[in-house]
Design a protein around this ligand. Structure first.
Ligand code: GDP
Ligand code: MN
Length: 375
């Protein structure tokens, strides 16, 4: 889960990282109040889950309360890289002398945490890495031993950052490391970390949490409610489904992430576009299958391909879920079902009596029919 900037900044502040004064607003009136408190000189930042908001017009300056209101009117409801702006972070305008990039992420190949520091902050870090690789310093941290002072000294020595900032940079990196460990984050990042007359300030904040660790943290689960996953995704998450909404029109239900990916590939191969990724997991109950169908139909698909390889998942249980879904609501689209494995025959027998259901034996065949019927 990726947090919105203002949510990440709240956490950064709790860990002692300096952030600009400011508050989040959802209306022009709120923008006005906050801008007044900050004497009108503010930056308005669209709270959407994409990078590069600056270049896309999602980070705007204002020098008076009236101008802030005007800019807010333009930003609210506008579209920043496909995301509609509902919240604005209104912050004091910083006097930025220079910008750094600092970040921590996981390096899977060395099974370590990697700290990254660059003096070319403000730019897209991937772009810096491609164009000026020597401007990026990296240091691996073995999570078993934690972060040691010498790790930070190595990092700072390899960066071209000014010595007089090393103490403050170390302090911020240490705090980011603590956040990374206590929130089980995949990424913590400040870009830019701004050097101002008051010292270093996190002008932007990014925090991505490992979804599998969310259950350990109620505070974050609450924040998730506020992030901008689609309503359908929120509902799917509530039922514990591994669901990702995509842009196509062929709905997919499979058991196991690999199976779901393979099914998506097949849909593509047959010239179609998957509408979603949905893994119902091992041993899915009929309730889960019924809910999955209900959720996928809501997303407006033209056909659904259910691809089950029964192991712990029983094909008859899946079939019962399909029956329940059809009994509950009128389903106007074809459902193609491939059942293979545990209780396959029982499952097929249950489905045989139903209209709108096409039973296939091979997944290629199922994918092809699902794509053809979606046209
Ligand atoms: P991003 O483009 O989505 O990463 O959004 P950022 O928060 O990084 O904003 C983009 C750019 O706007 C930054 O690189 C800064 O140069 C500038 N910026 C962001 N916040 C402030 C601020 O508070 N004051 C000033 N003066 N500039 C800012
Ligand atoms: Mn940024």
């Amino acid at each position: 889960m990726r947090l919105l900037e203002y949510q990440a900044k709240q956490i950064f502040r709790n860990y002692g990282i300096p952030i600009p004064k400011g508050e989040v607003a959802e209306s022009i009136e709120e923008v006005e109040k906050i801008a007044e408190k900050l004497n009108g000189k503010v930056v308005l930042k669209a709270q959407v889950l994409v990078g590069g908001r600056g270049k896309a017009g999602g980070v705007r300056k204002a020098t008076s309360v009236n101008e802030a209101k005007k800019v807010a009117t333009e930003l609210f409801g506008s579209n920043i890289k496909g995301h509609i702006v509902k919240k604005l972070l209104v912050e004091e305008m910083l006097e930025i002398k220079s910008e750094f990039y600092v970040g921590l992420t996981i390096d899977r190949s060395s099974k370590s945490i990697v700290t990254i520091l660059s003096t070319m902050g403000g730019m897209d870090v991937e772009e810096v890495a491609a164009k000026y690789p020597q401007k990026i310093a990296r240091q691996k941290i073995d999570p078993r031993w934690g972060l040691w002072d010498y790790n930070l000294r190595n990092l700072l020595k390899n960066s071209s950052s000014p010595k007089e900032l090393w103490n403050d940079l170390s302090d911020i990196l240490r705090k980011l490391y603590n956040i990374m460990i206590s929130y089980e984050a995949e990424l913590v990042e400040i870009n830019p970390l701004a050097l101002t007359p008051q010292g270093l300030v996190a002008a932007d904040a990014r925090l991505n949490i490992d979804d599998n660790a969310l259950f350990r943290n109620k505070e974050l689960a609450k924040m998730r409610e506020l992030t901008e996953e689609s309503e359908i995704e929120k509902e799917a998450i509530k039922f514990g489904l591994n669901y990702v909404q995509l842009k196509g029109n062929v709905g997919i239900i499979a058991n196991g992430a690999g199976m779901a990916m393979a099914t998506m590939d097949l849909i593509k191969l047959m010239g179609g576009e998957p509408a979603n990724f949905l893994d119902v997991g091992g041993g899915a109950s009929k309730e889960i299958v019924e809910k999955s169908i209900e959720i996928i139909i809501k997303s407006g698909v033209k056909s659904i391909f259910i691809n089950i390889f029964g192991g712990i998942t029983r094909c008859d249980e899946v079939a019962k879920g399909v029956v329940d879904a059809l009994n509950k609501q009128k389903v106007g689209i074809p459902i193609i079902v491939r059942l293979s494995g545990t209780n396959e025959e029982e499952g097929k027998n249950i489905l045989k009596q139903l209209k709108n259901i096409i039973i296939v034996n091979e997944m290629e065949e199922g994918a092809k029919i699902a794509v053809d019927l979606a046209r």
